[in-house]
Design a protein around this ligand. Structure first.
Ligand code: NAD
Length: 311
């Protein structure tokens, strides 16, 4: 029994995730700094709260879905933040699903584990914190088919699983605090670089006289096969139903990819690991944003860096 669930961050992803919790029968209260986002929930009869602290005062479980590390840090530690009441907390489970850097996830998890429960949960003790970012975009959030990659204690993960499955179709336990965030940024870094590799190879192939559709068939039956070639091909006309077939509309925005690569870059610097392709990819995707393509799907990198050549 999760009791009252507080949901903070009602943007493209969070609004859909919170709606799925309401649909599943949870008692949800919400907060967002954007009043219009809250009005929609008030219209369904969902209580709205003015600050994260007000949410914490009345919730047993908290879910946050915010843009980036600084927003999550503010919502936890800022004036009227979740932890504003000092070291006594009512919520016994706090789940952050935002994509942020693992170092910030670990910092917040440590702050939470210094708190004591003032609630009525059996056993009392220390509140539990999970970093649980998601794979899958707005459509998966709407359909309740997200994948959660989760860091924190295994006990917290097992306890939270039914709640996560009201918003998603699968969960993967990744280990201790921050490991969910680490998994998410590493996944997106691999996806960014594989998209660049496939785009570059398909462009070179076309210049050498082989059609992208034929070369894609070769890749997909050979060792170059990957998600960017067989499920999300970046060349217009090669696959139906992917962003490249509709002028790179929808999908995963280039600005979100640039943001996630920035997280990977700063994490790499912090732990002293050389990641030359991460830096190169971040340059390329942030260049696309500067050129005004920030809202296009990230596979538009093919058109802007490599094409000019028709099938
Ligand atoms: P979004 O910008 O649409 O929504 C963020 C929401 O947080 C907004 O409603 C904003 O008003 C609110 N907010 C910002 N600061 C706040 C604060 N201090 N207090 C309360 N509310 C605040 O972002 P999104 O697309 O929903 O993404 C959320 C997170 O999920 C990001 O970390 C993103 O990287 C990640 N993500 C997004 C996608 C996607 O396809 N959109 C996919 C996977 C993961």
């Amino acid at each position: 029994n999760f009791g009252n669930v507080g949901f903070i961050g009602l943007g493209n992803m969070g609004s859909r995730m919170a709606k799925n919790l309401v649909k599943a029968g949870y008692n949800v209260a919400v907060h967002d700094i954007n009043g219009d986002a809250m009005k929609i929930f008030a219209g369904f009869g969902v209580p709205t709260k003015k600050t994260p602290f007000e949410v914490a005062e009345e919730s047993d479980v908290i879910v946050t879905m915010l843009p980036s590390s600084s927003h999550v840090f503010d919502v936890y530690t800022g004036p009227n933040g979740l932890l504003h009441g000092g070291n006594l907390l009512r919520p016994w489970l706090l789940i952050d699903s935002s994509t942020i850097d693992p170092q910030t996830s670990r910092k917040i998890s440590a702050l939470v584990s210094n708190c004591t429960l003032n609630g009525k949960r059996d056993g009392g003790g220390v509140p539990m914190m999970l970093d649980a970012p998601v794979s899958g975009g707005v459509l998966a959030a709407e359909a309740g088919s997200l994948t959660f990659m989760v860091g924190g204690s295994e006990e917290a993960y097992l306890t939270a699983k039914p709640l996560l499955l009201a918003m998603g179709k699968s969960t993967i336990y990744c280990g201790g605090a921050g490991n969910g965030s680490a998994a998410k940024i590493c996944n997106n870094l691999a996806m960014a670089v594989s998209m660049l590799g496939v785009s570059e190879a398909l462009a070179l192939g076309q210049s050498l006289g082989i059609a992208a559709s034929v070369l894609t068939r070769v890749f997909n039956s050979s060792s170059a096969r990957c998600w960017s070639s067989d499920a999300y091909n970046p060349v217009p006309g090669v696959m139906e139903g992917v962003p490249s077939s509709r002028n790179y509309e929808g999908g995963f925005a280039t600005k979100l990819m640039a943001k996630d690569l920035n997280l990977a870059k700063s994490s790499a610097e912090e732990v002293g690991v050389k990641c030359p392709l991460t830096f190169e990819a971040q340059d390329i995707y942030s260049g696309l944003c500067k050129d005004g393509h920030e809202s296009k799907d990230f596979s538009c990198v093919f058109r802007h860096y490599y094409s000019g050549i028709d099938e």
